[in-house]
Design a protein around this ligand. Structure first.
Ligand code: ATP
Ligand code: MG
Length: 109
């Protein structure tokens, strides 16, 4: 049985910087199996957060293929991707970006 939950094939991310395009992810290929725990290690600026954003469907790769539960994230429009994230993804951010003058429920809203 194929228990792959996440797979990347030659995933690339290039962003437009002030001095021209910046290649951030240079072609990442990996797969994650159900129940697997993995750590992403690398120097500051090496692209860990960028990779997680792409893997989590929060940012779009500019090349390659990202599949989650067998579905191609790059083929989904924004609405479909938002529903897919709501139903299948959980992300705990390093910084919560909460607004201190609001209550917990207001922050969630
Ligand atoms: N929106 C952006 N536009 C241009 N360059 C960006 C953008 N976001 C990130 N970068 C660049 O992409 C590279 C990877 O950044 P990223 O934040 O993914 O690294 P990181 O491994 O998570 O670093 P850290 O360990 O400090 O969290 C860095 O060189 C960063 O300056
Ligand atoms: Mg980071």
């Amino acid at each position: 049985m194929d228990d792959t939950v996440l797979s990347l094939r030659d995933a690339r991310l290039t962003l437009d910087g002030n001095a021209g395009p910046v290649e951030i992810l240079h072609g990442i290929t990996l797969s994650v199996r159900r129940g697997e725990t993995l750590g992403l290690v690398g120097p500051s600026g090496s692209g860990k957060s960028s990779l997680l954003m792409v893997m989590g469907g929060l940012d779009r790769a500019t090349g390659g293929e990202i599949r989650a539960l067998g579905q191609d994230l790059s083929a989904m429009n924004e609405d479909r991707l938002a529903r897919f994230r709501r139903d299948n993804m959980g992300v705990v951010f390093q910084s919560f970006h909460l607004i201190p003058t609001m209550t917990a429920i207001e922050n969630v809203a």
